[in-house]
Design a protein around this ligand. Structure first.
Ligand SMILES: Nc1ncnc2c1ncn2[C@@H]1O[C@H](COP(=O)(O)OP(=O)(O)O)[C@@H](O)[C@H]1O
Ligand SMILES: [Mg+2]
Length: 304
């Protein structure tokens, strides 16, 4: 049995198909990345899978439990870090954790033990008696992840957990996500950050305009877009770079070469420019952007 099984799930808002017949499964103890630009349908999918809203059609199971007919049993096994803050601003960090613990029916002593461990782990124990409304975005997010973990859930839904965070908080959260896997948890992580899913996830599902584009490992996705980086060069006049032994794309006055060996490409470009008396106006190496992936996987349409 897979931890999450989704079949033809759809949801529309006022005629707009936010999620359009999406199917995929997430294996147990896997970190699954759900990658897509703003408005792709990630949050809507998370909200359906966590029992917040009902799908229009299709079905899904979390740990074998049907999200519609067994919503309560689904909620028992999952922890959620939602997109928008769910901590009560007028309660303290400690108060929020105790509230969640009691909602899950965790005995008080055990709840206190877990809350202490989590708050220490996320570096907010010293601030446990402060009201959440005074917290920075990073502290709030770390608290919300603690809240998602306090019930020791089997499946975690994390909706853009590091979006807009300071470097330190983002790193602490990524580190904790990696550890979750060692604890055999299943993680469903949404992100619009290629690099983040590449670093954390075993497999990545790409969603665009409500439709699933592909599901694959980050390594495969990178090879499918033709290399792990793009070397971009601008020269002082138009030339035929196809004489170089690389596949070259041109956008305006910029030539772009996708490669796993940027060193070789840069050397060849510099050699070519020197030989032909060309001036290099700029030369840089770019990690593949989400746009690159979409352009490659959707045949250049970017789903527009
Ligand atoms: N409650 C809602 N009412 C109306 N439209 C919504 C609602 N929730 C989401 N949408 C729309 O559905 C689409 C997908 O949104 P969302 O799932 O939040 O995307 P993502 O999380 O990938 O950024 C967007 O066009 C958004 O405007
Ligand atoms: Mg979202």
């Amino acid at each position: 049995m897979d931890a999450i099984e989704v079949k033809d799930l759809s949801k529309s808002f006022e005629g707009l198909k936010a999620v359009d017949s999406v199917s995929f499964s997430v294996h147990t103890s896997e970190i699954f990345g759900f990658l897509g630009p703003n408005g792709a349908g990630k949050t809507t999918t998370v909200r359906m899978l966590t029992g917040v809203i009902k799908p229009d059609s299709g079905e899904a199971r979390v740990m074998g439990r049907d999200i519609e007919s067994e919503t309560k049993r689904v909620k028992e096994v999952l922890g959620v870090l939602p997109e928008t803050a769910n901590a009560y601003p007028d309660l303290t960090a400690w108060g929020n954790l105790m509230l969640i613990a009691s909602l899950y029916g965790i005995p008080r002593r055990e709840g206190e033990r877990r809350a202490t461990t989590l708050l220490k782990e996320f570096g907010i124990y010293e601030r446990r008696s402060s009201k959440v409304k005074g917290f920075s975005k990073g502290m709030k997010q770390r608290l919300m992840l603690s809240m998602a973990l306090v019930s020791d859930p089997e499946v975690l839904f994390l909706d853009e957990p590091t979006s807009g965070l300071d470097v330190q908080s983002a790193r602490a959260i990524r580190q904790r996500i990696k550890e979750l896997q060692e604890e055999s948890k299943t993680v469903f992580l949404t992100s619009h950050n290629m690099q983040e899913v590449g670093e954390l996830c075993d497999r990545v599902g790409i969603i665009n305009k409500g439709k699933m584009v592909t599901v694959d490992s980050p390594e495969h996705l990178r090879t499918r877009i033709g290399g792990s980086v793009a070397v971009e060069v601008r020269l002082d006049r138009a030339v035929d770079l196809s004489r170089l032994d690389f596949k070259v794309e041109r956008a305006g006055d910029t030539y772009r070469i996708y490669t796993t060996e940027p060193h070789d490409v840069i050397r060849a470009i510099v050699g070519f420019a020197t030989l032909n008396g060309l001036k290099i106006l700029s030369l840089n190496v770019q990690p593949p952007s989400l746009e690159d992936v979409f352009v490659k996987l959707t045949g250049g349409s970017n789903g527009q």
